[in-house]
Design a protein around this ligand. Structure first.
Ligand SMILES: [Zn+2]
Length: 646
């Protein structure tokens, strides 16, 4: 196994950082004797694997890693079929479709091809033919489309690639259809996908070249659009200023797009900086070079395989959930929960490979671009620091599969146990058993993912009995657990020149009144005050004032606040409910829903000289009688963020 030397040299950097004092049993949580034994066997196997004693290592891995259970095959997609003779039925229908083509009878063509694509989705030529006809004659295609069925070539191919994301013929057809429809950004991503996922195909370099052409076409289309909307060089100038500094500023759709035109890496870096700034303020970053070096070591084993020229950076976020995310351009954020919740380095590597695959396939970048383009260019769009949420929350099922496939291939290529990602999913599944999942609702069901990953590994002969890395992983877990237990230092930071400057900078960002003005509230009463409660507070800047005007407490203890946005400026404001938050003392978001009242619900514009009332319903907290809720309302309006504590 000659490639293993590479793996070892990368690992060494991480390993050498640990002193030999860490050889004691490392897991502090109670372990059953079987778990202890399993750990020891895996640890021995890893040792043998490192030494190049591959056969002996595999023997040990097999002792503790059972065969995959027999999956319920109904959940597994059928193998692609390219020859009609190999299809289990459907020959007559295919013949009818071909006759229809010969005779030029639209109905015969469409009905038969539609029937085949629905009932024999594994028969790839039917999708390709149907797409071809939809491309040639869009009107007829739309006319014959079934209710809810695909209405044009792109939709036909999207439905097919959703099932078969790793089929090169379908992907090629999709790239052509997208380019023809002038959806250049999507065509760019799809072409990039081809050159990334089908490295060993002769067409791969051609598609890499095409990808760049589509990207250029996309950019010039956007530039035209910006000019067409009269977006002047002044605004372009503001875009430049944002690049240099203040991430708290809300930015317009036009500016988001300008940032995007600077390229994925630069865009991702801006978003990451904003995110980092927020995490640092909330003391949510675990900045331990040993841990980041470890993660970088893992990532560096397969980022080369992903073929993107990104400078990957790794950060650890103090968050208990079993998750990680990567921003466009390769800024990787890993939760402490992911490090502590995984059972081996291979499992953690599986999660990282999946997330990095999203970035390599430009999924997040596409997501942001689509969100930007859907809206009117002048509207206020996600702050740069919201980008990470957008990127992280909304991948399509097809994109999830692509990331699973590419991630697993990358794992195998790096000599990790190829079932690292599959095992990660099993771990997620176990956690889901305890609590319902949130946030990842668009992800395909975990059970289904476990099964198709098993299928992927088996049908490609990827090696499950390779490096697991249990010992290094556990050392890092101990380190992370120790850091989490360490009490946060409450000592005031000594004020020196640099701190003073930072303080000044902060003031410039949050001038004058905020964070809060005093609140008034009735004296604490023994019973929970149900009903309306007097509560005030306000923040004012640039002739805009936001006030809290009373709260309403329900018998359950949950409550809502009334607020007013008073626009005394001469500019129109936009209030975006999804960008407003309620945060607790630690800076964590509390579940809350914002609404503007007396409006046609969608209308979020506040004209100059007018006031608008709104209400925020807080779900995550009960009303406290202590006189202070210890919460802060955070409402971004135009380029300011208003913070009102109550
Ligand atoms: Zn994903």
């Amino acid at each position: 196994m000659p490639t293993f030397r590479h793996l070892l040299s990368v690992t060494l950097g991480g390993v050498l950082l640990f002193s030999s004092t860490l050889q004691l049993p490392l897991k502090s949580l109670a372990e059953s004797p079987e778990e202890v034994r399993r750990f020891e066997i895996l640890s021995d196997a890893d040792q043998l694997y490192r030494e190049g004693n591959i056969d002996a290592a595999e023997n040990l891995y097999r002792q503790v890693k059972p065969e995959f259970p027999n999956s319920a095959s109904s959940l597994i997609r059928l193998e692609e079929v390219y020859e009609i003779e190999e299809l289990d039925g459907g020959q007559k229908i295919w013949q009818n479709a071909l006759d229809g083509i010969e005779q030029g009878i639209d109905g015969k063509i469409f009905f038969n091809l539609q029937y085949l694509t629905e009932n024999y989705p594994q028969f790839i030529p039917a999708h390709l033919k149907l797409a071809e006809f939809c491309q040639e004659d869009g009107d007829t295609c739309e006319q014959y489309a079934k209710e809810g069925g695909p209405k044009n070539a792109i939709e036909v191919l999207e439905r097919a690639t959703d099932l078969y994301p790793d089929d090169p013929d379908l992907l090629k057809a999709k790239i052509n259809a997208l380019a023809e429809a002038q959806q250049f950004l999507e065509a760019f991503i799809a072409a990039r996908q081809f050159s990334t996922m089908f490295l060993d195909y002769p067409e791969a370099p051609e598609f890499a070249k095409l990808a760049n052409q589509y990207l250029a076409a996309h950019e010039s289309k956007i530039r035209e659009q910006l000019l067409g909307q009269g977006i002047t060089s002044t605004i372009l100038g503001i875009g430049g200023a944002i690049l240099n500094g203040d991430f708290r500023q809300g930015i317009s759709g036009a500016q988001t797009i300008l940032l995007m035109l600077k390229g994925e890496s630069s865009f991702g870096e801006q978003a990451a900086n904003a995110r980092l700034q927020e995490y640092r303020e909330q003391e949510k970053l675990l900045e331990d070079p040993k841990v980041t070096t470890y993660l970088r070591g893992i990532g560096s084993r397969f980022t080369g395989y992903m073929k993107r020229d990104f400078e990957y950076e790794y950060y650890v976020v103090k968050d208990d959930s079993l998750n990680a995310f990567v921003l466009p351009g390769g800024q990787v954020f890993v939760n402490t929960g992911a490090i502590l919740g995984t059972n081996s380095e291979a499992e953690l590597a599986g999660l990282l490979a999946h997330e990095i695959a999203h970035a390599a396939l430009s999924h997040g970048f596409l997501r942001v671009a689509q969100a930007s383009l859907l809206d009117n260019l002048g509207q206020v769009l996600p702050f740069v620091d919201r980008v990470s949420e957008l990127v992280n929350s909304q991948y399509s099922r097809e994109q999830e599969r692509q990331a699973d496939i590419l991630g697993t291939r990358a794992l195998a290529s790096a000599n990790y146990a190829a079932d690292g990602l599959r095992n990660f999913m099993v771990t997620v599944r176990k956690q889901e058993g305890d609590a319902p999942t949130t946030g990842h609702s668009t992800h395909p069901a975990t059970v289904e993912r476990v099964q198709y990953l098993e299928h992927l590994i088996q049908s490609n002969g990827y090696n499950r009995f390779a490096y697991e890395g249990v010992k290094d992983h556990r050392e890092i877990q101990e380190l992370v657990r120790g850091e989490q237990l360490a009490p946060d230092s409450d000592l005031p930071v000594p004020i020196d020149e640099e701190n003073l400057q930072q303080l000044e900078d902060l003031k410039a960002v949050f001038p004058s009144e905020p964070p809060s003005s005093p609140i008034s509230q009735p004296l604490p009463a023994a019973p929970l005050p149900v009903g309306t409660v007097a509560l005030t507070g306000k923040a004012r800047r640039d002739n805009v004032e936001i006030r809290i005007e009373g709260a309403k407490v329900e018998s359950t203890g949950s409550f809502s606040l009334n607020f007013v946005i008073d626009n005394q400026s001469n500019r129109t404001l936009t209030f975006v409910p999804s960008l407003a938050d309620v945060i607790d003392r630690e800076g964590n978001k509390v579940a809350a829903k914002f609404n503007l009242l007396e409006s046609d619900s969608e209308d979020i514009v506040i004209l100059p000289g007018t006031t608008r009332k709104g209400r925020v319903r807080v779900f995550g907290k009960n009303w406290s009688n202590s006189g202070q809720q210890d919460l802060t309302l955070v409402i971004p309006v135009r380029s300011s963020i208003f913070r009102i504590s109550f």
